[in-house]
Design a protein around this ligand. Sequence first.
Ligand code: XMP
Length: 320
Amino acid sequence: NWSMPYYLEEEVKVLRERIGDRQVLLGLSGGVDSLVSAAILDRAIGNQLYCVFVDHGLMRANEAQQVRAYVEAHFNLNLIQVNASEQFLSALVGVEDPEAKRKIVGKLFVETFLAVAKEQIQSHHLTFLAQGTIYSDVIESAHGGKSQLIKSHHNVGGLPEELHLELVEPLRYLFKDEVRALGLAMGIDRALVMRHPFPGPGLTIRILGEVKAEYIPILQHADTIMLDELHSAGLYDAVSQAFCVFLPVKSVGVKGDNRSYDYTIGVRMIQSDDFMTGRFAQLPWSVLERIGARIVNEVAHVSRVVYDITNKPPATIEWE
Ligand code: XMP
């Protein structure tokens, strides 16, 4: 009887028995896995759960606020939000290399999380660390693949030891589509459960080269328009990942009666089963046209929009 309601009931029972009246820490990333983990723990133990959400300021527009609002409105757990955007931006000044940017963001993320986690552990006597590890993460690390830390810096291997906490992984035996089915079975908003994957370093790797503060709202605005048009066309679920990248390259255009000389936005849409390979999505021209027109008309400092027509391989999905 392997249905989601059954799994949910069993897992809640197991979690309650194991945790008892003790307290649990969870790092909330905004992604599906940590959200569904939080939901199931919320159901099992309610306010014995302490969720730490580190906002690095490099999420999509309003995403951090949306996650927070949802969790506050629907769950009983304790939410601790840390706004660390200033620290992340300062740490990134002058850094252009993609891997260097990833390392800086990953390291700072872990440090910030650890500092807050240690405070919470002390003041609330936390015993467990919950992680949103899913079955594919388990297989990957068993085969010596990149750990979740390197991939996303959100599920950090080694953290339980560092914090002296016991590990709880409520999604450990589930595949991604089962995690989504579980989320839906618990009544989580479809829009949150069906979200495309989003990389841990976020917009850090979607702003090519040095991340400057003034680029972030430009990229967020363009990205919002692109998603808006994709949803309106009913195509969000038909693509596996869709996002904009910011290119600090200026080109000439005409806006109104004036010559413009502004930045470039790249649009990337991918269809893929496993994100190891993928093809660029063959979106209808009319949808692409609207995306291009709206971004140039509505977003200040953008004069050109380009569509990425490379498959993976040879290109990667992200531009950095
Ligand atoms: P690439 O660009 O390697 O992307 O073809 C494959 C998938 O991995 C995601 N990705 C990342 N996810 N941290 C993450 O959490 C990263 O540093 C990172 N780099 C790429 C990418 O969004 C795609 O889903």
